[in-house]
Each structure stands twice: as C-alpha cells, then as structure tokens.
Design a protein around this ligand. Sequence first.
Ligand code: PRX
Length: 582
Amino acid sequence: MKSDVFNKPARLKNPPNLGDYDEVCRSFDWRSVRKELDWFDGTKINAAYNAIDRHTQTWRKNKVALYWEDEAGSTRQYTFEQLSLLSNKMGNILKDFGVSRGERVFIFLPRVPELYISFLGALKIGAIAGTLFSAFQEQALADRLGNSDAEVVITNKELKERIDKVRKKLPALKHIITVDSEDFIKSFEHVSDELHIAHMDPDEYAFMLYTSGTTGKPKGVVHVHRAILQEHMTAKWVLDLRDDDTYWCTADPGWVTGIAYEILGSWSCGVAAVVYAGRFDPKRWYEILAKYKVSVWYTAPTAIRMLMAAGSNLVHEYDLSSLRHMCSVGEPLNPEAITWAIKTFDKPFHDTWWQTETGAICIANYPAMDIKIGSMGKPVPGITAAIVDDQGHKVPDGNEGNIALKPKWPSMMHTIWRRPHKYESYFTGGWYISGDRGMRDKDGYFWFIGRADDVIKTAGERVGPFEVESALVSHPAVVEAGVIGKPDAMRGEIIKAFVVLDKKYLRKRFRESVGFPESDKKALREELSQYVKKHLAGHAYPREVEFIDKLPKTRSGKIMRRILKAKEMGLPIGDTSTLEEY
Ligand code: PRX
C-alpha cells in the first residue's frame, strides 16, 4: 500500500523507552520482563497491587497518581499512598459484605474517583471486577449483571434507580453499595485502611468486560492478573510513559482502554494520570491539556476528528507545548487526522490496535519507528501477528485476510464467561482470529481493512447489531429490525436501523390504513430512536431509522445485514444464492 511516511525524528530529546524495536523483538521473551513487576514469593501476583500499592514502598509514595476534574471544574487529587489506603478501605467494605475471591463485583459509576478506588479494592481482595458504562440503561444492565451473576453492584444514588428497575431479574445480586449515600460515607470513614492483599495465581481472574459480536447478547470477556505484564510493558513502550509525565487517557473504564491504560498499565508505570469526568467538548479538552501540562495523550479517532472540526483558531488559544507523545485507539485513524496533528501539534498520533479480548495493545506505532501514515504499525515485541485465511494459513504479504495473533500472549482473555464454546470459536489452526480484516505489507506494517462481521464501531464504541435489534422489536410498533453501521465522516459509523412496522398497530395508533403521513413517520422514527436510547444505552441508539416492507433474509431466516449495508451504500449486493426471495 502506498502511503506517506512520517520519519521518526533523527534525535529525540528524550530517548524513548523502546529505543530499537527490531533489536528488542529479536531477543524478546516475556520471562525477561517479569522483573518489571512485584511478585509475592516469586510466583503470585496482584494487578492492583502492582498498579498502586507497590509505589508506596518507593519515593512515589507522595507523588500525585490522579488529578481528577469534572465538567463543572471541581477538582480532586490523590497520591499513590492515598489511592492505596482508600482502595484498602473499599476492599474491607466488600469483605464486610461477605465478598470473597472469585465473586463478581460490578461498578456502575460515572468517572468519579470512587470508580477507580472500587475497581482497585475489588482486585485487591481477589474478587472479579466488572465495569458498566454509565450510559447503560435497563436492558444493557440486566443482560450483563444477569449473565455474570454479579453479587455486588457499586453505584451512586442517581444510577441506582436503573438497577432497582431490573433487580427482580437478578437473583444473584445480594448487595448494592451506593457510594454517595450517608450510610456508605459513614462506614467508609470508619472502616480500616489496612488490608491483606490477595496473592493471586497469575491465571486467576481479575476483571471482566462485556463486549459485542454479531450474534447474541454481549459476552463476558474475562481477564487474569497476569495481564498486567503486557499492560505495563505496552504502557512503557507504546505510550512511552516516564516518571515526569502527566498522562491523559480519555477513555471511560466502562471500556477496556479505561481499565488497561487508565488504571492498570499506566499506574503500574508510576505515572501521574489526569481523569476528566465531563463530556466531550473541544474547549474543555484543550483546557485540560494546557492546565495539567499533559505530556502523553491517549485518545480516539472520533475525538480527534471532532477537534479538527472545531478549527485551528481554538487550538491556538492554548499553550499545548507540554505534549510529547500522542496515541490513538479504537477505530481506523484516518491519514488526515495524523496530518492535521503534525500541522497543529508538531507531532503525529501513533495508532495502536487491540481489542477487549486481547487485553492490551498488540500492534502499534512506536516513537522510535517511522510511521507509515494510515497503518496500525507493527506487533508489540513478544506478540506474533499475521494475516491468515479462514483456515488459519498465512497469506502472502500484500494480500487481504484475517488479522490473527499467536496464542498465548500475557493479556489474552482467559475465557468467555460461561460460554466456553464461544471462547473456542475464536481459534483456528493455532491462531486467534480477531474478527478484523487487514493486510501486512512487505516491511511488516499492518493495515486495517474492516470487520469480518457485522459489529458496529460508532465513535470508537463497539455495538452489536443484535442488541439494538432486540431493543427495537420490544417496541409495539416494530415487527422486525435489521441494524447496520453506516459510514460516517465524524463518528466512523453511525447506527442505522431498518424497521418493519406492525400494520395493525399503525392502524390503531394513527388511524391510517397504508402509508401514514410523513409527519407521523418522522415522529415515530424519532420515538424509536429515543426508545433504544432509554432502554438499552445512551450511546447505542440508531441515529437513523428507515421503514422498510421486508428485511432481506437467508432461507433459514437470518437477517442479511450485509445486503442492507450494500444497499445503503449503493454497492453491489454480492452473492444472494442463499437469500430468501427479496
Ligand atoms: O475493529 C477493531 C477496532 O476496534 C475493535 C475492538 O473494539 P473493542 O473491543 O471495543 O476495543 C477497543 C479498544 C481496544 C477491533 O476489533 N479497532 C481497535 N483499534 C483499531 C481498530 N480499528 C482500526 N484501527 C485501530 N487502531
């Protein structure tokens, strides 16, 4: 593939942590980096201890670990020692509630400090922590808490109302901890800040995250304590974190990026992290970058495109000279975004590729390597990546195929919660098949082509069409729905729903036989869109709804989303031999 190249600076002022990519790759062995972490008796480990507590034994004890700011401008800050003691307290609270090793503690909070403290506290007692994005509504919560059989949910007064509404569907849920209730505040004040940290087998479960595929409800991807090894090394090599950095990862811990690079890998590098708890706003984002003198910034293409759209005049109002290194994840990073960054910040964004299932960055661009603009870079040292066909055979360089990784890497998921067959289905011919299509060029750079399945990526967030379709058909006006990702210049994709309406319902409600007036149609489209927003999730609703008489289906009744997509984009619809008459 032809592309522009951003040549690495001839001499970087501060030599990067990963100085010579090829050299490190040649001799690399994961065992050689075990010493980067603290182990108990050489064999046991705790990821949260490595992220926070071990630093309290060093000069970092009083170093600020977290600079927190919300939308209104309130601020709080915590040292490593404070986070250590507060998460000890949370661990003790959970123990008092009877939580033991292996039990599921789900956290349903916006990005308040209590979220981070709860996550760490759960890991420190050996519980399995789960995070729930605060935009989730009843259906999304019921699916995730139900499948995981979560024993405890940690939330706040406002979000608790949503849990209350589905509680009767959750027989395993024993306790709801409300962090802004008087009861909790009082007991938190009195509980001990001394905690015995669970010494975990490296393969014991640490956290789980629900993510979407094409079919079925979201699946619980389970990660183990050992994953910290790769989260730490990639934070060091790819994000290039150093002790004098102020680091801002803009992701929410409801997603894997916020866990691996806002809590575990980044803090295990001892870095001071900024958390901004507000919504996206270009002005506020530049203010945060300038105010905290952010030096390393990890964000996502949609945000970058929105900053581009906000114009250069705005960015030039701020002194952003502290920025040293910038990375991006979650969706294709278009060349224009990199070119804009070079013009605006005098440095490029470094694309990184990985997934909820891979647990940490697996393919990346590094500060000491030339960037082929538009490429995702090269495999992390210790990771073997390849492009393979559907049988798991490598395809020649320059050809399209499945992006695949050689198991096992340290942060690879360990299972899909209670769905072992689903887990097995990821592996073919000795390779983990990612579900992404891509290409490797003759120089070993990997290029992203697209998803092999119907998974939607909207503003970097992964949404399964089935979840949205299920939410739509629970509305009385809807008989059937087919949902696709429609390419969008800003958000990568937006969710578009094709809906077959119930004629009887329409007659009753609109007193129309066939074809009701455009004004009613418009209102119903908006109603359906809002309905999904309210019942499923604030981010996973269709921005476009189109009424259609019939959905394209296979003879066995499966909705052919690829045909909906091809039609939407005016592309040839391809092989229709398995299609029911349409
Ligand atoms: O399709 C790929 C896309 O995001 C998917 C993984 O999504 P999720 O599990 O939510 O994790 C996102 C954050 C790690 C991938 O299968 N993706 C991720 N990074 C890139 C990307 N697509 C293109 N370029 C990337 N750098």
